[in-house]
Design a protein around this ligand. Structure first.
Ligand SMILES: Cc1cc2nc3c(=O)[nH]c(=O)nc-3n(C[C@H](O)[C@H](O)[C@H](O)COP(=O)(O)OP(=O)(O)OC[C@H]3O[C@@H](n4cnc5c(N)ncnc54)[C@H](O)[C@@H]3O)c2cc1C
Length: 381
C-alpha cells in the first residue's frame, strides 16, 4: 500500500451524513475550509429509509446554505396529538402562528441529495477507513486508508459527526425497550397535511404526511416489532389500523425497516481539539421529531463560533455553553414524553388526558409547546 505525504486541513469532519454536510456548507459559507470523510460510498445515503419532520427554523437554516429540498418537502398544516383508548386531544394549527407551515416532512435521502449537490468535488473523502486518531495540544493527526492509499491528515479541529455512538465511555445510554418500525403507506382518505402523534401503551405511533403518503413510525416493544416485521402486507395494514384505532384506512405499504431506540447522551461536547455534533453528541427517541433539527442547530452554532472566534480551546467552550440548554431541554422533553405516555396505567392515563385537554383549551400552554417544536432553542426558556 502506498503512503502519501502528510496533508493539512483546518477542520476535518468525520461523517458526511446530513449534520456533517450541513457543518461543512455552513463553514464554507463563512469562508472556512473543511474536509468531510465517510466510511461509506456517498450513494449509501440514498438507501436510508427514514423520513424526517423538520421545523420551520430548520428550513430557514437550510435555505441559507441553498440546501432546502423545496420540491421534496411536504408541509404540515395541523398536528393532532392524542392517546389510544383514552380521552383528551390537542390540535396545533398553522393558522395560529403566521407561518407558511408548522413544519415539513422530507425523506432523509432527498435532504442528503440537496446537501451533497452543494459539495465541491474535493470536499469529501468517501469509503475512507479510519485507522487512528492522535490528538495533541495543537491539533489532531488522523490516519486512514482510502482508495488503496494510507493517508495522514493533520487538522486544527476534528469534528465527530459519525452518527449514533455505540456503548462507549463518556456516553450515557438509557434503552427505551422500544423499536421503531417505519414504512410509507397510502391513507385511503388522503392526509390533508395533518401529522398525527398517537400515544399507545406500546409506544408512540406517528403519521407524517409525505407526498400523497403517510410516513409511519410505529413504535413497539422488540418482540412485537419482530412480529410486525414478519407480517405480510395485508396483516401489517390490519395491525397498523388496529393500533391507530380511529377508523382510518391505509393501503399499499412500502418496504419496512426497524430501528432500536435509546437515549444516548455524550457527557462532553469538546475534548481538546475534538468536538461532537448531531447524533454522535446526542441520539434521542424519534417522538416529536427532534433529532436532526437539534443536530442541525449544533452544526450551525459550531460554524458561527468557529467563524467568529476560531478553534482555540477556550473558544470551543463557547460551543459547549451555547448548546447546553437546547440539547438538555430537547433530550428531557422527548424522554419525559416517552416515559409518561408509553404505559397503560389508569391514573397516568387520566392525567395525560387532562394534560392534552388543558393544552387544547388553554392556548398559551399549547403555544408554549408548539413554539418549541417550530423554533427549537430560539424558543427557550
Ligand atoms: C425512526 C427514526 C425517525 C426519525 N425521525 C426524525 C424526525 O422526524 N425529525 C428529526 O429531526 N430527526 C429524526 N430522526 C433522527 C435523525 O434521523 C438523526 O438525528 C439524523 O439522521 C442525524 O444525522 P447525523 O448526520 O448526525 O448522523 P447520521 O445520519 O447517522 O450520519 C452519520 C454519517 O457518519 C458516517 N460514519 C459513521 N461512522 C463513521 C466512521 N467511523 N468513519 C467515517 N464515517 C462514519 C456514516 O456512514 C453516515 O454517513 C429519526 C431517527 C429515527 C431512527
Amino acid at each position: 500500500m502506498t503512503e502519501t505525504p502528510l496533508e493539512t486541513v483546518d477542520t476535518l469532519i468525520i461523517g458526511a451524513g446530513p449534520v456533517g454536510m450541513t457543518l461543512h456548507l455552513a463553514l464554507a459559507a463563512a469562508g472556512r475550509k473543511s474536509l468531510l470523510l465517510d466510511r461509506r460510498p456517498s450513494a449509501a445515503l440514498q438507501a436510508d429509509p427514514r423520513a424526517l419532520a423538520l421545523s420551520h427554523g430548520a428550513r430557514q437554516l437550510l435555505e441559507q446554505i441553498r440546501s432546502w429540498p423545496i420540491h421534496a418537502a411536504t408541509s404540515i398544516e395541523t398536528i393532532h396529538v392524542s392517546q389510544k383508548d383514552g380521552f383528551g386531544r390537542t390540535l396545533i394549527d398553522r393558522s395560529d402562528y403566521a407561518l407558511p407551515a408548522l413544519g415539513y416532512v422530507v425523506r432523509y435521502r432527498d435532504l442528503a441529495a440537496a446537501l451533497s449537490a452543494n459539495l465541491a468535488a474535493d470536499a469529501l473523502l468517501a469509503e475512507a477507513e479510519l485507522l487512528d486518531i492522535a490528538p495533541d495540544t495543537d491539533g489532531v493527526t488522523v490516519a486512514l486508508r482510502q482508495a488503496g492509499q494510507l493517508r495522514r491528515l493533520r487538522c486544527n479541529l476534528l469534528v465527530h459527526a459519525e452518527g449514533t455512538p455505540g456503548d462507549e465511555n463518556g456516553v450515557s445510554v438509557a434503552d427505551y425497550g422500544q423499536h421503531a418500525v417505519i414504512c410509507e403507506v397510502t391513507p385511503l382518505a388522503g392526509h390533508h397535511q395533518r401529522a398525527w402523534e398517537r400515544f399507545t401503551p406500546d409506544g408512540p405511533l406517528a403519521l407524517l404526511p409525505l407526498g400523497k403518503e403517510y410516513s409511519i413510525v410505529f413504535t413497539l416493544p422488540p418482540d412485537k416489532a419482530d412480529a410486525v416485521m414478519a407480517l405480510d402486507d395485508e396483516a401489517f395494514i390490519a395491525a397498523l389500523e388496529r393500533q391507530f384505532g380511529r377508523g382510518m384506512r391505509f393501503a399499499k405499504p412500502g418496504k419496512r425497516s426497524r430501528f432500536p431506540l435509546a437515549l444516548r447522551l455524550r457527557d462532553t461536547l469538546v475534548k481538546g481539539r475534538e468536538v461532537w455534533v448531531g447524533n454522535s453528541a446526542q441520539t434521542l427517541h424519534p417522538v416529536s421529531g427532534q433529532g436532526f433539527n437539534l443536530g442541525l442547530r449544533d452544526a450551525w452554532q459550531l460554524a458561527e463560533i468557529l467563524h467568529t472566534h476560531g478553534t482555540e480551546m477556550p473558544e470551543l467552550d463557547r460551543y459547549v455553553r451555547a448548546r447546553r440548554l437546547d440539547r438538555r431541554g430537547s433530550a428531557f422533553f422527548t424522554d419525559q414524553i416517552v416515559k409518561a405516555f408509553s404505559n397503560d396505567c389508569g391514573p397516568l392515563k387520566l392525567a395525560r388526558g387532562l394534560g392534552l385537554l388543558a393544552l387544547d383549551v388553554f392556548p398559551p400552554a399549547r403555544h408554549f409547546v408548539a413554539k418549541r417544536m417550530i423554533w427549537g432553542a430560539r424558543a427557550w426558556p
